[in-house]
Ligand binder design. Structure first.
Ligand code: AMP
Ligand code: MG
Length: 407
């Protein structure tokens, strides 16, 4: 038998990214756009602020009139926010103005009400106002376009629409926006030993937990999850389930059945995919490719290993890349460099992804058995995966390690 060379994580990531094809664009109202990926570059239709306005409740004045204080000015009118016109402010006069109200012709500075003889809050318009303290020229004036001007590029295609991004879009004149359709992900679990969570276990059975890991992460990364799909290790049944999944999804993720066991159904049935050992632990056996059904449906295929921690790590490392590629965005994985608070062992020649707890002064393994791929019950404790290079045999307390947050 020819030994298959082990592939680097980066190379496998590059290959799975290359499987994705751009998804169609759809237009949605801003109220439905949160968490979506912007499909087009956006330029400002409006300036921000759209007109020069007051930053304070107070009096709009000519600065020359308030250099020597106290001074009494004639009040020529009121300018509330939303005013459609404003009285002109001549020499020796002032207009009462509210925050966000348009600056009147003639005025260049706003004196806050606190620096006058007038009360704060609701009060009749006075005939005169005494300015008791001066302010700098142009103080408390927000100029039209000082944030952006029409035509400025505000957001680039590929931007994740966070609350701040939506606020920005609204402010520059957009009520709806083009976004990339959410990738549809089907999770197909395999294994004769799997039962629904909550069921009692007969000899040799375990609860199915992988689908929660993959589906939850996929949603977190902006996907729509279709299914659920559960297959046994029977090839005909598995093939039938895969056909249904491919019909409904852009990405079909299987778990289990990709290693070299005697009953590895994924490997046996999906012969068109590529099966590859990747230099990582957990998550070494990986499969990838594109599956096309007899009636012409096609989907990207990721065949993850079966053990739950492998599934979790593989999702972070590969599914995240695929989903990003589908939406024209690189889904970030936040990294820190932190000291190890205790030591642990590492597998030879494979990059280790070990669930760790992040404490104020460093990280420690979430479980005494480290990166064991079956340690699903304690995975919840992990704030991050510490990523240790293939050339490292052992992490010693005090070593600085690369930490990828899983929040
Ligand atoms: P396999 O690669 O199919 O041999 O699976 C490897 C290990 O992962 C076995 O111990 C399986 O029982 C376990 N496993 C596979 N699929 C799941 C699942 N969906 N939920 C929990 N454990 C699983
Ligand atoms: Mg199996």
């Amino acid at each position: 038998m020819v030994a298959v060379p082990v592939r680097s994580v980066e190379e496998q990531q590059r290959i799975v990214r290359g499987l994705a094809t751009p998804l169609p664009v759809e237009r949605v109202p801003l109220a439905e756009a949160e968490g979506r990926v912007l499909a087009e570059d956006v330029v400002a239709r409006f300036a921000v602020p759209p007109f020069t306005n007051s930053a304070m409740d107070g009096y709009a004045v000519r600065h020359a009139d308030v250099v020597d204080v106290p001074v009494r000015l004639e009040v020529v009118g009121d300018i509330p926010a939303g005013a459609r016109s404003a009285p002109e402010v001549g020499a020796g006069s002032a207009a009462r103005i509210m925050t966000g109200a348009p600056m009147p012709e003639g005025a260049d500075t706003v004196v806050p009400v606190e620096l006058t003889d007038q009360p704060r809050g609701e009060a009749p318009l006075p005939g005169r106002v005494e300015i008791r303290e001066t302010v700098e020229f142009a103080k408390n004036v927000r100029y039209e376009g000082e944030n952006v001007t029409p035509g400025d590029e505000v957001l680039a295609a590929g931007t994740l629409l966070t609350p701040a991004a939506l606020g920005s879009l609204a402010s520059v004149g957009y009520g709806e926006v083009g976004v990339v359709r959410r990738p549809r992900v089907a999770v197909v679990t395999t294994g004769d030993e799997l039962v629904d969570p909550g069921s009692l276990l007969a000899f040799g059975q375990i609860p199915e937990s992988n689908s929660y890991l993959v589906a939850g992460l996929a949603r977190k990364w902006g996907a729509e999850v279709v299914g659920p799909f559960r297959a046994t290790d029977d090839p005909d049944e598995f093939r039938a389930v895969i056909e249904q999944a491919v019909e409904q999804a852009d990405v079909v993720v299987t778990t289990g059945g990709v290693s070299v066991g005697a009953f590895d159904v994924v490997r046996a049935v999906l012969a068109e995919a590529e099966y590859q050992a990747v230099a990582m632990q957990p998550g070494k056996p990986q499969a990838s490719g594109r599956i096309t059904t007899a009636d012409g449906h096609s989907a990207v295929f990721l065949g993850l290993p079966g053990n739950p921690v492998s599934v979790y790590v593989s999702s972070w490392v590969f599914l995240r890349e695929v989903l990003g590629a589908f939406t024209g965005r690189s889904i970030p994985w936040r990294r820190l460099r932190l000291p190890a608070l205790e030591g642990w062992g590492c597998p030879p020649r494979r990059r280790q992804y070990i669930p760790v707890v992040v404490e104020p002064d460093g990280v420690r393994p979430a479980h005494a058995k480290g990166s064991g791929s079956h340690l699903i019950a304690s995975l919840v404790l992990a704030d991050a995966l510490a990523v240790v290079g293939a050339d490292v045999d052992e992490v010693t307390a005090g070593d600085i390690v690369d930490v990828h947050l899983v929040d």
